[in-house]
Design a binder for this molecule. Sequence first.
Ligand SMILES: *Cc1c(COP(=O)(O)O)cnc(C)c1O
Length: 368
Amino acid sequence: MIKFLDLQKINLQFQKEIEEEIIKVYRSGWYLLGEKVREFENNLAKYIGVQETVGVANGLDSLRLILKGYKELGVINEGDEVIVPANTYIASVLAISENGLIPIFVEPDEQTFNIDISKIEEKITSKTKAIMIVHLYGQAIFSNELKLLAQKNNLKIIEDNAQAIGAEWNGIKTGNLGDAAGFSFYPGKNLGALGDAGAVSTNDADLAQTIRTLANYGSEKKYINKYRGLNSRLDEIQAVVLNTKLKYNDQENQKRRAVANYYLNNIKNARIELPKIENCIQNKQHVWHLFVIRCKQRDELQEYLTKNNIQTLVHYPIPPHKQEAYSNYNHLHFPITEKLSKEILSLPISAVLHQDEIKKVVKILNDY
Ligand SMILES: *Cc1c(COP(=O)(O)O)cnc(C)c1O
């Protein structure tokens, strides 16, 4: 069977190096708030090109903490609105609603699956305080118009960079395009830990310090609590895993580009619509966390692939506003988002996908 993602094989590539580092942590007796996390934060900051990063427990927390940090700093208040793409993973929306803020959904562009920047301005009200962009499927989304729009309306740009570590827009890495960004190192992400992990990046030293404090029970000094914080710490073991894998991130992303490029050049089936991108191999705007095709008979195609031992997934079958968890938004209608959710299908893609496997996926798809 061709797995959607073979994590065992991915991590086997770095096994010796990572195991040695893990043993060092094991033997050190120091597991939280230590030098390994600091080292990873410094390396990540250098890699992204930002002043500050803060390791946290997971990707959802990274986004929650950015918004909570802005609330503590008085930039955003309970009941304010945050613009977010309607077709994102639910975590982006949860981070907003968990903070007592209102998500304002914007439709994606059908070609890129990313938020349609031209549809943001009409959604801005006196309550809008931030725009959360999501570099969906690994493709960076940004524009000078977006930056100007945010400046003109005094809005923070928050990046959900869970899927796009290493992607660039105009030579600037995602995570350094807006005011603050959240990262996820969930095992299946391009840079994956051996469990949950996440980080925040920003050039705002006050925000970084606030988030660092919030993530540690709101405490800067032991047993002195400045905020009603939470426990959202990155641990030393995950930090050494990430430190090791970060060194290989560009190389891994480049291998993903090669797989995507092969799919783009060789999948030929009138019923299948491929993602559109120019110069796939050189194009740093996309790190191909997911390779998402479209097909009107998506469920049938997925079943056909399953029968042919090719595992696929749908990211995502039900948009947040149609989830039971958001029954208050179920009446809303976003036709592009809803249509995409019925047509999209994610093919296997990773740095360890074998050439024979890639060829098989192409052949089976072309025979469909
Ligand atoms: C994975 C993901 C998250 C959440 O990350 P976790 O580490 O699972 O909490 C948030 N946003 C997007 C777009 C994601 O893909």
